[in-house]
Design a protein around this ligand. Sequence first.
Ligand code: NAD
Ligand code: UDP
Length: 313
Amino acid sequence: MRTLITGGAGFIGSHLCERFLAEGHEVVCVDNFITGSIPNLDPFRDHPRFKFIGHDISNPLKIPGPIDNVLHFASPASPVDYLNYPIQTLKVGAMGTHVTLGIAKEKKARYLLASTSECYGDPLEHPQREEYWGNVNPIGVRGCYDEAKRFAEAMTMAYHRTHGVNTHIVRIFNTYGERMRLDDGRVLPNFMGQALRGEPLTVYGDGSQTRSFCYVSDLVEGIFRLLFTDYHLPVNLGNPAEITILQFAEEILRLSGSKSRIEFRPLPADDPKVRQPDITRARTLLNWEPRVGREEGLKRTMAYFRNKISSGS
Ligand code: NAD
Ligand code: UDP
């Protein structure tokens, strides 16, 4: 099988490239490095079944030869990144999704869209089930990301209904692990970087907002299973273990042995107050369950960041 992965030089995309190579696929990775990095490709860039194409997927792309699977993961994903690149984020969610669906249609390939829990916005239903339509501010600072992904979902369903493309949509909840960028601004790299450098941990607001953190290998397993189903509606993937951001800061301090303090900073606009996936659909459909507990996942990720910081890379 030949699998196209957009955003393959990013955090999740690089783990997907690795997994599909391990499954015996040829992997074609497309990335423009807007938020990804070449070192993320290092573990497999010389693999004989790996091919890299430097390209902005918001623009048309012709790929010679057959393609069996298209996974569209290209998009800035950290709130700091998509605030820095709002137009690129809207374009890759809209045009990038159109371009990749066009490739899947032409090649008669399976298609999987990386969507997000942000489709639920600042949710009024808790935990979030796939049936919930969300509470999104389209003109707020997060609108560029949330609405791009909501458009991407609509476009994906339209290609399924109109052209019969075998599409899949995964709504990813906060995922973490090795190969996140230390400076991507998300809470986990921020807290870990701060704890390991002995700087104060910056908790936004009073830290009572919640998130539910999923380790990357669990997410990749769920994505792999979903791609080979005939199910076309969105599926939540995430770890339902919910924690407040203040507790999360304390947990990272404990695991790192750091003496850093906690400092409170203003809460960004439209920051969701709660987030927890209802994963009943994934459990039933995919027989999937997250396996890596938070403490184990955090220890692995901390070892990665410790190494990055001490080697200065
Ligand atoms: P990331 O920023 O590490 O990776 C995104 C990758 O896409 C980068 O390598 C970037 O250079 C590439 N990219 C962006 N725009 C592009 C374009 N126009 N053309 C080509 N390449 C482009 O982010 P991530 O956390 O790995 O997220 C990957 C995907 O998963 C995104 O679509 C994101 O919305 C989705 N997602 C992630 C999370 C999470 O918790 N990590 C949660 C929900 C959804
Ligand atoms: N956050 C924080 N300190 C930081 C970075 C983030 O308290 O240094 C908070 C942020 O306000 C949000 C949560 O942590 O409530 C998760 O933020 P992240 O940027 O990781 O992604 P989000 O889940 O909001 O998309």
